[in-house]
Every structure is written in structure tokens, then in C-alpha cells.
Design a protein around this ligand. Structure first.
Ligand code: NI
Length: 183
């Protein structure tokens, strides 16, 4: 099924440097870009994630995929997403496919107004809440090189410290670059 070379998707793990770049916008929503995003969606489902952002597969572009229960948009692929406004505050557990086995509680705005282009290239505006709003913010962070662990309280961060060290050691062993210490 995955015939195209560019459709082969590998999810990068912390502390890979490629997760820390600020991604530029997509200029044109071409067929090949949509195909690549579809491969990302496939990889997300295979890993049983709720969302996946392009930088997580080493693709430096403002693209992410989300499949949240609250999502009534009929679309799973989002290009050049924006958070237009936000309100409220909510704390909830998060995980990330680039930080396997690690979870932590993150406080984020509870309701957000967003805009983005869908897989057909149409501009969409939506009011999000719940898991969809949380996933949107988590994935938008990825496009700016931010990981959910950056939002943890000092105590929560202390709790996952040894797990982060393990991921850092594993990366070093496998010869992967990107050995910047956790922020
Ligand atoms: Ni993530």
C-alpha cells in the first residue's frame, strides 16, 4: 500500500532536534502534500494516537492530523492552523507519540476559536472544546517546536525526569542526533 518513498512514515522521538524547529506554512495544498498528510494520518491510527504533527515525522511544515471524538468537521487533516482566540482554563493529562510512555497534566485554555485549511483546501473556522481543543493546541505547539513536557509544573517534570533520561540514552545508543537536554 505504501508504494511512494515519501509515504513511508517514521515517528521521531524526543530528544530529536527536528521536533524543536518552528515549521513554515504550507504554500500550496497540492496532491502530493495531501498524500503525505494521509500517510501521517495512517501512522497516527497505527500508533493509536489522537493527533500527529508534521515535525514528528521530520516534515518541516504547518500540517497536523487529529481524530477527536468531539470533531464534527468531517475532516482530519489541517493545514496552516491558527488559534484565533481562547478562553477559560482546564487541566488534563496528555501524552505524545514522540514521548512514548510519558504522561503529564497540562493546563490549557478550555475553549478556542481556530482557523485552518482542510484537505480540500477550503478555509474553515471552528469553535473547539474538550479533547479536540486540547489536541489542537498540543499539535499547534509541535509546529512551533514545543512539546507538552515544556508546560509541566516543576513537580510533574521531576516525576518524569528518569523517563526522559531513558529516552535520551536510547537516542544516543541508536546514534540519533538531537541531544539537547530537556528545557
Ligand atoms: Ni505530541
Amino acid at each position: 500500500m505504501m508504494s511512494d518513498k515519501e509515504d513511508i512514515v517514521e515517528i521521531l522521538c524526543y530528544p530529536d532536534d527536528l521536533l524543536r524547529r518552528k515549521a513554515p506554512p504550507v504554500r500550496e495544498i497540492s496532491d502530493s502534500i495531501v498524500r503525505r498528510a494521509e500517510a501521517m494520518l495512517e501512522a497516527m491510527y497505527e500508533s493509536e494516537g489522537v493527533g500527529l504533527a508534521a515535525p514528528q515525522i521530520g516534515w518541516n511544515a504547518r500540517v497536523f492530523v487529529i481524530d477527536a471524538e468531539q470533531d464534527r468537521s468531517g475532516n482530519r487533516i489541517w493545514f496552516n492552523p491558527n488559534i484565533v482566540s481562547f478562553e477559560g482554563s482546564e487541566e488534563s493529562d496528555e501524552g505524545c507519540l514522540s514521548l512514548p510512555g510519558i504522561r503529564g497534566s497540562v493546563e490549557r485554555p478550555a475553549r478556542i476559536k481556530v482557523s485552518a485549511y482542510d484537505a480540500e483546501g477550503r478555509k474553515r473556522e471552528m469553535d473547539l472544546e474538550g479533547l479536540f481543543a486540547r489536541a489542537w493546541q498540543h499539535e499547534t505547539d509541535h509546529l512551533d517546536g514545543i512539546l507538552f513536557i515544556d508546560h509541566l509544573s516543576p513537580i510533574s517534570r521531576l516525576r518524569i525526569r528518569s523517563q526522559l533520561k531513558t529516552l535520551e540514552r536510547e537516542a544516543k545508543k541508536s546514534g540519533r542526533t538531537g541531544m539537547k537536554p530537556a528545557r
